[in-house]
Design a binder for this molecule. Structure first.
Ligand SMILES: NC(=O)C1=CN([C@@H]2O[C@H](COP(=O)(O)OP(=O)(O)OC[C@H]3O[C@@H](n4cnc5c(N)ncnc54)[C@H](O)[C@@H]3O)[C@@H](O)[C@H]2O)[C@@H](O)CC1
Ligand SMILES: Nc1ncnc2c1ncn2[C@@H]1O[C@H](COP(=O)(O)OP(=O)(O)O)[C@@H](O)[C@H]1O
Ligand SMILES: [K+]
Length: 487
């Protein structure tokens, strides 16, 4: 599990650790790790041109001491001091090692042509949008031809949330000190951070419970259910899919496709005539019930339901949603199911668990917040929705996040923007529903599904456009990639 923390959490841990160490120790650890990543990027340090963007705080101090180390190895290091003050000892160290301070008027040209730029403008001490001259420098970095390395967090990215207001440095690599910051894992911040390298400065024992966590392949290997010798199709879990309508037959086909690849013992599909015909012809594996009335009485027992993709929002759909939600098993609500719930909150009054899987637009209807506000602060809104609605929330988008009251938000780091195409959400809903039916909690089912869906998206795209059906087809390969034993 990758864990990440807010700026306040990091600061408190740093203070506790610093109290036990000689002054300056942490900054030297940080600078040493930073210089070593920079040296690797440069390949040959000697005679390379390095520009340091130095703010007034300790983030600038890290950059100066890393500059000192590179200068000692023969790099030509120039510092742009942007703050009202500069870390004194760090600046002296740089100058003693042969580095120099650049006239601000020469900064733009130097940034453009340097082999490497180190962004030490602000780190966890930043507040609000970058002020001048920082903002101008961050913009100038966009023209850089060399490697851009951010110290701790890219300046302009809020370390605690990933929010970007105004100019921000777009880094190729972010070298982060002690622990991941939440803003490095959540878009838009994650997109600015590039590859994130963690430098161990000894903070581990001082860190509190994390703010957010990201599953790794090893976590999936532990969490994903496997069939055992005594398994049969019923014991492996049966998932019900209530999706599709005369207008949207494809959503039913894709949701059933995701469910069939998600490891349940059986998929039961229930719907109207048109989607029934499509599901039958695409998936002979599914057990299909054509519904003459909006009731699930004839469907047979399931351990979890997927409700909503392409279902429509008419009275019939509302009645079917009410019937599914009146069951005593976990229900995943997606797409039209969410529209129905937004109109009629009483549908959510149930004892068994609920997992909702909205994108920002669907969530905006549920909690009355603007779509843009949700995109800009995904964590806050997902947390708020989980608390207000009393459900588990998987908020889709460029960074998918899973929130449940009193748990760290799980952020998914495996996706690809190729997934931004119609129907991939239906596959995700089917997959997550299959994991629920196998007994995973909403929190684990949602985060495992997001992880596998992202990996499958990458495998299916491989640098080119994908269709949603390809994602379902790539799910077995995604599962194989994270599971060590496949008996
Ligand atoms: N505290 C520690 O023990 C360690 C800190 N380290 C480094 O120190 C950093 C934190 O240092 P600081 O607490 O000094 O804070 P920062 O260096 O992140 O920034 C604080 C300075 O930036 C200015 N500032 C804040 N917001 C601004 C904005 N929007 N526009 C322009 N200027 C702004 C403030 O006036 C202040 O002078 C970490 O990110 C990390 O890089 C590392 O050396 C590891 C050890
Ligand atoms: N920019 C992006 N980067 C990564 N994944 C994305 C991006 N945009 C969308 N996705 C993913 O693609 C899927 C789209 O689902 P959804 O919005 O429900 O579409 P649909 O209803 O057409 O299936 C989600 O899993 C979402 O997280
Ligand atoms: K920085």
């Amino acid at each position: 599990m990758k864990t990440a923390y807010t700026a306040d959490q990091i600061r408190q841990a740093e203070q506790a650790l610093m109290a036990r160490l000689p002054e300056g120790t942490l900054m030297q650890r940080a600078a040493s790790g930073l210089a070593s990543v920079c040296a690797d990027l440069l390949g040959r340090v000697y005679a390379s041109r390095v520009v340091l963007l130095v703010g007034s705080g300790d983030n600038g101090g890290d950059a100066l001491y890393a500059g000192q180390r590179l200068a000692r190895r023969g790099a030509r290091v120039e510092a742009v001091t942007a703050g009202s003050k500069t870390h004194e000892a760090g600046l002296r160290a740089l100058l003693d090692a042969g580095g120099r301070v650049l006239d601000p008027s020469a900064a733009g040209a130097a940034i453009e042509t340097a082999d490497l730029i180190i962004d030490g403008l602000v780190g966890i001490g930043a507040s609000g949008a970058l002020r001048e001259p920082y903002a101008e420098l961050a913009k100038a970095v966009a023209a850089a031809r060399g490697h851009v390395v951010a110290v701790d967090v890219p300046s302009g990215v809020d370390a605690s949330t990933g929010r970007v207001e105004g100019a921000a440095v777009r880094a190729r690599v972010t070298v982060t000190m002690g622990a991941y910051k939440t803003g490095l894992l959540v878009d838009p911040g994650a997109a600015y951070a590039g590859r994130v390298e963690l430098v161990d400065i000894g903070l581990g024992a001082y860190l509190p419970d994390p703010d957010v966590a990201a599953l790794t392949g090893a976590d999936l290997d532990v969490l994903l259910p496997r069939p055992r010798n005594e398994s049969d199709k019923y014991r492996r879990g049966v998932v019900g899919v209530a999706a599709g309508s005369d207008l949207f037959t494809g959503a039913a086909v894709l949701a059933v496709g995701g469910a069939l690849r998600g490891g349940a013992g059986m998929v039961r599909y229930a719907g109207r005539a048109a989607p029934v015909a499509q599901v039958r012809s695409h998936w002979p594996e599914a057990v299909v019930t054509q519904l003459d009335a909006p009731s699930i009485d004839r469907v047979g027992r399931v351990q979890a339901w997927v409700l909503g993709p392409g279902l429509g929002t008419d009275d019939w759909a509302h009645e079917l949603a009410a019937a599914v939600l009146a069951s005593d098993v976990p229900v995943l609500i997606d797409a039209d199911g969410l529209t129905l719930v937004a109109k009629d909150r009483t549908l959510l009054r149930r004892a068994a668990p609920v997992l909702i899987t909205p994108h920002a637009g669907e969530l905006s209807r549920l909690i009355g917040a603007g779509r843009d506000a949700i995109e800009a602060a995904r964590l806050d809104h997902a947390r708020r929705a989980a608390a207000e609605l009393g459900v588990t929330v998987l908020l889709k988008g460029s960074t998918t996040v899973v929130a449940e009251d009193s748990r760290p938000v799980r952020v998914n780091t495996t996706g690809t923007s190729w997934l931004a195409t119609g129907g991939t959400g239906d596959v995700l809903a089917g997959l997550a529903g299959a994991l629920l039916a196998q007994g995973l909690s909403c929190y684990d089912a949602a985060s495992c599904a997001a992880y596998l869906h992202g990996v499958a998206g990458r495998l299916a795209a491989d640098g080119a456009p994908l269709a949603a059906g390809d994602v379902a087809s790539a799910l077995p390969a995604a599962i194989r990639a994270v599971t060590s034993t496949n008996s």
